[in-house]
Design a binder for this molecule. Structure first.
Ligand code: ATP
Ligand code: MG
Length: 196
């Protein structure tokens, strides 16, 4: 393409982008859903927490699954004013005690409801909450109510596979991380700093 052609094309693109930026005038807290089977959902949420905390915004995180082992982002971010609520019994895939799991999930959910009603929180992350809904440890209706009634400037990120379609419907931004390949399937162990 000629120099002139390139310039014209870029100019047109710039006009289009400028018009879209101009059209985006609404200001509100966002609901984001990061779902799908690929790796990168929780890391995306924690990247956003780092971004928000870096701007001095108040963040709270609820971790519904990875309770028992140390995780790097929690250790780092809690030193920077991010509040964490972690499922104390350390729910894992092999728990068989539905009553204990439900109790543990409900306890964290109560902390989440408090954050979702508190306008001091600019960003709340509900990490892996989709599984709690799938297993019926937490009521989907309650989650939707709490999300819809949250302070208008508060943003929320939900992560986990198989997000319920009603969550997808009420979300502003939904990303589905697709699994192209994962090292684990080739027999590589989960790695510190990459996987937790
Ligand atoms: P991450 O925390 O790395 O962003 P994730 O939140 O997208 O992963 P989860 O389902 O929460 O995905 O996975 C938790 C753990 O399982 C992580 O250690 C992650 O590396 C690993 N994992 C994620 N996706 C896959 C996959 N498709 N196959 C095997 N292991 C996976
Ligand atoms: Mg995750």
């Amino acid at each position: 393409m000629s120099e002139q052609g390139h310039k014209q094309r870029q100019q047109k693109l710039k006009e289009k982008v400028d018009a879209r930026i101009e059209a985006a005038q609404q200001e509100k807290g966002l609901l984001l859903v990061i779902t799908g089977n690929g790796k990168g959902k929780s890391t995306s949420a924690f990247g956003t927490v780092a971004r928000a905390a870096g701007h001095g915004l108040k963040c709270g995180v609820a971790q519904y699954i990875k309770g028992t082992w140390a995780c790097g982002e929690r250790d780092l971010l809690s030193q920077h004013g991010v509040d964490f609520h972690v499922m104390s019994t350390g729910f894992t895939w092999d728990t068989q005690d539905k009553t204990a799991d439900t109790q543990a999930a409900q306890q964290i959910w109560a902390a989440c409801q408090a954050m979702l009603a508190d306008d001091r929180y600019d960003l709340v992350v509900l990490d892996e909450i989709t599984y709690m809904i799938t297993y019926d440890y937490i009521s989907l209706d309650e989650v939707i109510d709490a999300l819809q009634q949250r302070p208008s400037e508060q943003s929320v990120i939900i992560t986990g596979r198989g997000a319920h379609r009603r969550l997808v419907e009420i979300a502003d931004t939904v990303s589905e991380v697709r699994n192209v390949k994962h090292a684990f399937d080739a027999g590589v162990k989960a790695r510190q700093g990459i996987d937790w």
